[in-house]
Design a protein around this ligand. Structure first.
Ligand code: ATP
Ligand code: MG
Length: 283
């Protein structure tokens, strides 16, 4: 039987969440920092631990069937792979930033300026789309110090909180792209049974993360009002309680909708509201 290979980041910002996701899919493997490859004992899969920059090409070339990597890295490498699933972690945005003292008004003010970045291809495409001719200076790290050193007038880099920009006297100037970790596959891999099975497991874990199992007690008299307050529930389970006139409602709902309705549920007489995490939701 074929063994799939999935490439994930060896260490860095995506490593921990990638490992956690695969473990939550019920995959058993050792996560030794020293090994480059780790077999999964209960699924025909091997995990390759790589630098994130190498993952898109490994997948494109078929050395790995699947990979977990940031969209920014995929776009920068310009590979031809299938996007299989957005994963909801590793979120960040890529922005052009300029010194606080700079007086740029619009994008066209970047014409003729120099911009330092580790993402020259994404930047080149963006500048081209906006008809701007700037000098792109490719450097591999610590991009944010280059304006201070006189290496460039502006930078293009990953920004999450903006703290690094601030401490280097820079301010965001233009949003270019937002990114999150995605599951990619070699072209055509999405038609393979093992890949389908893995994607289904991943989706069931992601779905469960956004959803909670809720149990609450409700007075029978107000049952319909309370059910109407529970979003998206077609038919919750209603179980009689030992106490006359009361029932327990069991249901599964998106967490984000739930919190805003708690006070209304209480007003309608709901009591003993218990919210529980869900491990997996298999459709
Ligand atoms: P490697 O050693 O694997 O090449 P790296 O240093 O290039 O790692 P990391 O800093 O670990 O990369 O970031 C990996 C990915 O995490 C980024 O490409 C991006 O998609 C995502 N990410 C999310 N938030 C941030 C952030 N605040 N700064 C940098 N990357 C972020
Ligand atoms: Mg890298």
């Amino acid at each position: 039987m074929k063994t799939l290979k999935i490439a994930i980041q060896k260490s860095g910002r995506l490593n921990e969440k990638s490992v956690e996701l695969l473990k939550n899919c019920g995959l058993n493997f050792e996560n030794y920092k020293s090994s480059l490859i780790s077999p999964v004992s209960n699924f025909p899969l091997e995990i390759l631990f790589l630098r994130d920059d190498d993952i898109p090409e490994y997948v494109q070339d078929g050395i790995a069937d699947l990979g977990i990597v940031g969209e920014n890295v995929i776009q920068e490498t310009g590979v031809d792979v299938s996007y299989l699933q957005r994963l909801g972690f590793g979120k960040c945005s890529l922005k052009i930033a300029v010194p606080n003292t700079a007086n740029y008004q619009s994008l066209s003010d970047l014409n003729g300026e120099s911009i330092a970045t580790s993402y020259p291809n994404i930047l080149e495409k963006f500048l081209g789309e906006n008809n701007i001719k700037a000098d792109i200076r490719t450097i591999s790290g610590s991009v944010e110090i280059s304006p201070g050193l006189g290496l460039a007038n502006a930078i293009f880099d990953i920004v999450s909180t903006g703290g690094t920009l601030k401490s280097n006297g820079l301010k965001p100037f233009a949003d270019v792209m937002s990114s999150e970790a995605v599951l990619i596959g070699r072209k055509g891999s999405e038609n393979e049974d093992l890949v389908k099975e893995l994607i289904q497991r991943i989706q069931s874990v992601l779905r469960a993360k956004e959803t909670k199992y809720v149990v609450l007690n409700a007075p029978k008299d107000n049952l319909q009002t309370i059910i109407d307050l529970l979003p998206g529930v077609k038919s919750p389970s209603v179980v009689p309680l030992a106490e006359e006139g009361w029932v327990a409602i069991h249901t599964v709902i998106p967490e984000r909708d739930f919190w805003e309705r708690i006070s209304k549920l209480k007003e309608a007489g709901a009591q003993g509201i218990v919210v529980m995490p869900i491990e997996k939701i298999i459709l």
